[in-house]
Write a protein that binds this ligand. Structure first.
Ligand SMILES: Nc1ncnc2c1ncn2[C@@H]1O[C@H](COP(=O)(O)OP(=O)(O)O)[C@@H](O)[C@H]1O
Ligand SMILES: Nc1ccn([C@@H]2O[C@H](COP(=O)(O)O)[C@@H](O)[C@H]2O)c(=O)n1
Length: 494
C-alpha cells in the first residue's frame, strides 16, 4: 500500500495490481514478476499521534518512553531520540483471561495456585487427572470489584470541581460518584461562630477526617453512605439533610487537603493535583465567594492573606509531591483530562490483579477463546480434543508472550524496491519449562521460534516454607537471553 498508495494512489491502480496477480500469489519469483502491494497496507497515510517527552537530565524521560512503548505493545510506535534505538527487557507475566478470572476469585492466594501446580498430574493433558484436581471455574467474575478511587487536590478555586465534572461527563458510561472533602468541615461552635473571621478553614484540623475515612471505607466496600451537606454561608452542616452517595465503579474524592492525611491518601488508586496560577485562583475565588458564598471582597481578601495563602504554602503545595498526575491550567487542559479518562477506562476494564501487579497482562478473551475454554472444561471432552484445544490456547499464550519481547528497528527493501521500516525480533531467547506441566508448552514455543533452546527446572515445595530447586538444566548463556518461563496451571474446571 505504501508503494501503491504514494502520491498517486488510486483504487484503480490497486485493482490492476490485484488483477495481474500470479497464479501462485505466494511464490517469491512470481512476486518479483508481479509486484504485489506489501503487507504495510495498514500504513495508509494517517496522522500519527505525536508525543513530546521533556524533563531535566536523568529525570526519567527514556524510562517513561520505554514504559509507554511497552504498554502500547499492540500499536506501532517509534521513539525518536538522540541515542538511537535501545533494547530494554522487562519481566512480564502472561495470564490468559479466563485462567486469571478463575485464579482470582474471592479466596485467591498464591498458596492455592501453588498447591494446584504441585498436584499437577503426571500427564499434564490428561482430562482424568484434571478431574482429580478441579480448577476453580470462571464464575468468580461476579465477585464484587473494587471501585477505582481518584483523589483530586489543588488550591482553593484552582478548578478541582470543574476538572471532576469534566471527568464525570466523559466517563458517562460508568457509575461515578463525587465526594467533597468540604462536606466534612466540622461545624462551628457558637463561640467559633462569633469569631468566624479568626477561624482557619484551610487548616487540616478544620475537617472531620475520621468521619471522611469512615464514609470512604463504606463506599469502597460497596455500601452507600449519607454524606453531610455543608453550608458555606453560615459555616455549618445542614442538621436534617444528607446527600446519599451510592457505591460506584469510580469514587472521586475532591478537596484542598485530600493528600494531607496518609490514611486518606492510601485509599486512592490515582492522585491528581490541579495546578493553577495563584493570581487566577485568587481572582476566581473573589468572584465565586462574592457571588455564591455570601462574602464581600474585603473579607475574601483578608481571609486569603491570613489563612488561605499560608495554608496553601504549608499544607496544600507540599502534598503535590504525592500526585500521580499534575494538571496545569485545570479545566482548560483538555489533553490531560482526556488522558485521565482513558486511564480510568483502562483500569476499569482491567482485571483486579493487574492493578496490583502491573507486569501481569491478561489476554483479552474472544468468543474463540471462550469457546475453547468451554470445550476443555467440559467433563465429557475426549483426550484428543482436550489436547488439541489446550494446544491452541497454549499457542495463543506463547504468541502473546513473544509479542512483549523487545525489538529493534529494521529496514528491508521490498520486491518493488521501496524501503519498509519494520522491526527485528530480539534474537537471544530461550524457554525454561517447569517439569512437568511446563512441557505442555514446549511444542508451541518450538513452533513459534525456530531452533529455540529450552531448559528445564524441577521445583519441589516443602510445606509452606518455600520451594526447593530439585533439578535444573539451563542454557549455559541464559543470563544473556530473554527467558520465557513455561509454567501453566492446567485443569478443566470440572
Ligand atoms: N478553566 C476555567 N475558566 C474559567 N473559569 C473557571 C475555570 N475553572 C474553574 N472556573 C471557575 O472558577 C471557580 C472555581 O472553580 P472550581 O472548579 O469550583 O474550583 P475548586 O473546586 O478548586 O475550588 C468557579 O466559579 C468556576 O466556574
Ligand atoms: N465555612 C467555610 C469553609 C471553607 N471555606 C473556604 O473554602 C475553601 C475550600 O473550598 P474550595 O471549593 O475552594 O476548594 C478553603 O480555602 C476555605 O478557605 C470558607 O471560606 N468558609
Amino acid at each position: 500500500m505504501e508503494a501503491a498508495a504514494g502520491a498517486h494512489f488510486t483504487g484503480l491502480r490497486l485493482d490492476s495490481l490485484r488483477l495481474s496477480s500470479p497464479s501462485d500469489p505466494f511464490s517469491p519469483s512470481s512476486a518479483k514478476a508481479f509486484p504485489m502491494p506489501v503487507d504495510d497496507s495498514c500504513d495508509a497515510p494517517r496522522q500519527p499521534f505525536v508525543i513530546g517527552v521533556s524533563g531535566g537530565s536523568a529525570s526519567g524521560k527514556t524510562t517513561v518512553c520505554d514504559m509507554i512503548i511497552q504498554q502500547l505493545h499492540d500499536h506501532r510506535v517509534v521513539l525518536v531520540y538522540q541515542f538511537g534505538l535501545r533494547e530494554r527487557g522487562r519481566e512480564i507475566v502472561l495470564v490468559p483471561e479466563k485462567a486469571m478470572e478463575a485464579a482470582t476469585g474471592a479466596h485467591f492466594t498464591g498458596l492455592r495456585l501453588d498447591s494446584l501446580r504441585l498436584s499437577s498430574p503426571s500427564d499434564p493433558f490428561s482430562p482424568s487427572s484434571a478431574k482429580a484436581f478441579p480448577m476453580p471455574v470462571d464464575d468468580s467474575c461476579d465477585a464484587p470489584r473494587q471501585p477505582f478511587v481518584i483523589g483530586v487536590s489543588g488550591g482553593s478555586a484552582s478548578g478541582k470541581t470543574t476538572v471532576c465534572d469534566m471527568i464525570i461527563q466523559q466517563l458517562h458510561d460508568h457509575r461515578v460518584v463525587l465526594v467533597y472533602q468540604d462536606s466534612f468541615y466540622c461545624g462551628l461552635t457558637a463561640e467559633e461562630s462569633e469569631h468566624v473571621h479568626d477561624y482557619n478553614f484551610d487548616h487540616p484540623d478544620a475537617f472531620d477526617t475520621e468521619q471522611l475515612l469512615e464514609c470512604m471505607g463504606k463506599l469502597k466496600s460497596g455500601q452507600s453512605v449519607n454524606v453531610p451537606i455543608y453550608d458555606f454561608k453560615n459555616h455549618r452542616r445542614c442538621s436534617e439533610s444528607f446527600r446519599k452517595v451510592n457505591a460506584s465503579d469510580v469514587i472521586i474524592l475532591e478537596g484542598i487537603l485530600v493528600f494531607h492525611d496518609p490514611r486518606v491518601r492510601s485509599l486512592m488508586d490515582m492522585k491528581i493535583f490541579v495546578d493553577t496560577d495563584a493570581d487566577i485562583r485568587l481572582a476566581r475565588r473573589i468572584r465565586r465567594d462574592t457571588v455564591e458564598r455570601g462574602r464581600d471582597v474585603n473579607s475574601v481578601l483578608e481571609q486569603y492573606g491570613r489563612f488561605v495563602k499560608p495554608a496553601f504554602d504549608d499544607f496544600v503545595l507540599p502534598s503535590k509531591k504525592y500526585a500521580d498526575v499534575i494538571i496545569p491550567r485545570g479545566g482548560d487542559n483538555h489533553v490531560a483530562i482526556d488522558l485521565i479518562v482513558q486511564h480510568i477506562r483502562t483500569k476499569l476494564g482491567q482485571h483486579d490483579l493487574c492493578k496490583i501487579y502491573p507486569n501481569v497482562y491478561v489476554i483479552q478473551s474472544t468468543f474463540q477463546i471462550r469457546g475453547m475454554h468451554t470445550l476443555i472444561r467440559d467433563r465429557e471432552i475426549t483426550t484428543p480434543d482436550f489436547v488439541f484445544y489446550s494446544d491452541r490456547l497454549i499457542r495463543l499464550v506463547v504468541e502473546h508472550g513473544l509479542g512483549h519481547l523487545p525489538f529493534t528497528e529494521k529496514q528491508v527493501v521490498t520486491p518493488t524496491g521501496s524501503v519498509y521500516t519494520g522491526v527485528d525480533f530480539c534474537k537471544k531467547l530461550c524457554g525454561v519449562s517447569i517439569v512437568r506441566s511446563g512441557e505442555s508448552m514446549e511444542n508451541a514455543l518450538r513452533a513459534c521460534c525456530k531452533g529455540i533452546k529450552i531448559g528445564k527446572i524441577l521445583i519441589h515445595r516443602e510445606g509452606d516454607n518455600g520451594k526447593h530447586l530439585i533439578y535444573e538444566k539451563l542454557p549455559g548463556d541464559i543470563s544473556e537471553r530473554h527467558v520465557l518461563l513455561l509454567d501453566p496451571v492446567l485443569g478443566t474446571g470440572t
